[in-house]
Ligand binder design. Structure first.
Ligand code: ADP
Ligand code: MG
Length: 240
């Protein structure tokens, strides 16, 4: 089994009705057991890359492999956290229900949720300091609290690879610190974490590896090398 947890090969994706490709011939693999960031301006295709990888969108060309396998063969090992703004928070579930969803791959859809599953979900809520809010409706929580619950769902799954789309968007400083601590704990446990991130200034302090993206790969490698002025100018210029 390949040790590459996330391996993107020649991936191109063109949305119907758009004049240009959203992703053009992307090649990148995230180093195992490291914290990686995907950075690029709005519309760079960061969310599209995750969605294509998770099979939520069909790419015209290329593929993404997880641990050297197709997603369907290792789905339980891969945890995906969508962008918070893309989720319907009016859905009538409480925080514990959401955390429990992380266990569905283990439980099996339509099977009974047992006490041990609830305990696992509760432990995940405790890790993100949301146990006190377990029975609150998800829509009644603040942005930072919703993000924590979302993270608890990802943690409950106990995956080996975590894909997280903008976990730091619209949250308070305390939640940001907590999430960063959890990333480091995941790394210490040998897990691989890939985060779509938009704050260039904090990126170097948090992440080992950076993929700089604007529809195509602008640069990738050690954070300190990728986040150079030249690269950033290319990535953030109007023409990408
Ligand atoms: P990012 O996450 O980097 O901000 P996205 O992946 O969301 O960027 O979007 C990349 C490009 O694809 C943008 O130009 C966006 O407008 C376009 N796009 C995203 N979703 C769709 C869609 N469902 N249909 C058509 N175009 C889309
Ligand atoms: Mg996005």
């Amino acid at each position: 089994m390949s040790i590459l947890p996330f391996h993107v090969q020649n991936l191109s994706l063109h949305y119907g009705g758009q004049s240009a490709e959203a992703l053009s011939d992307i090649n990148w693999s995230a180093p195992a057991g490291q914290l990686s960031a995907i950075i690029g301006p709005n519309g760079a295709g960061k969310s599209t890359l995750f969605k294509a990888a998770m099979g939520l969108l069909n790419a015209q060309k290329g593929q993404v492999q997880f641990f050297g396998e197709n997603l369907d063969d290792v789905r339980g090992q891969v945890s995906y956290m969508p962008q918070r703004t893309a989720v319907d928070w009016d859905f009538p579930v409480n925080a514990l229900d959401v955390a429990t969803m992380g266990l569905y791959a283990q439980i099996g859809w339509l099977k009974r949720i047992k006490r041990t599953h609830k305990e696992q979900a509760m432990a995940a809520l405790e890790r993100v300091k949301m146990a006190d809010h377990a029975h609150k409706q998800i829509g009644a929580l603040s942005g930072g609290q919703q993000q924590r619950v979302f993270l608890a769902r990802a943690l409950a799954q106990n995956a080996d690879l975590y894909l997280m789309d903008e976990p730091f968007a619209g949250i308070d400083a305390k939640t940001q610190d907590l999430i960063i601590d959890i990333f480091h704990a995941l790394k210490a446990a040998g897990k691989t974490v890939i985060v779509v991130h938009h704050d260039l200034h904090s990126a170097e302090g948090i992440f080992d590896e950076v993929l700089l993206l604007n529809k195509r790969v602008i640069a990738h490698g050690a954070a300190s090398e990728v986040l150079s002025e030249t690269h950033l100018k290319t990535a953030y210029s109007a023409h990408g």
